[in-house]
Design a protein around this ligand. Sequence first.
Ligand code: AMP
Length: 139
Amino acid sequence: MAYDPANIFARILRGEAPCIKVCETEQSLAFMDVMPQTDGHVLVMPKEPAASIYDVSHAALAACMQTVKTVAAAVQAALQPDGLLIAQLNGEAAGQTVGHLHVHLIPRWSGVALRPHASAPADPAQLEALAQRIREALR
Ligand code: AMP
């Protein structure tokens, strides 16, 4: 997948499109998935323009994964899921729909099914409330 600088996550990084931010570092951004597969579904992406695992630099991926670990702990503390699914998709055949590398953090509760991938937009107020709980756990 070639990198298209007009992709939605590149636009978020340039401030051209909105996001519900969870936290930001010099090299990464964590924000709420607008079509969450469960409540509290967070995405973490490197700021480096890379479409997939094959293109990203080791340094940018390492920085991104540090943020993944930090946010994972905050999601666990804030929402207390029974488990946490961490996924990263490369290429359309793997289900990738946005061509800027990102990592999914999807809280799981026993007996609660995953909603379909990238299908139904959530209520923005509910997303903001969940983001706020995660942000508080980051402090
Ligand atoms: P993937 O299929 O791995 O590329 O995942 C892309 C994810 O981005 C999906 O889970 C979508 O629900 C999510 N998504 C798409 N557009 C936005 C957006 N503007 N803000 C936040 N999440 C988005």
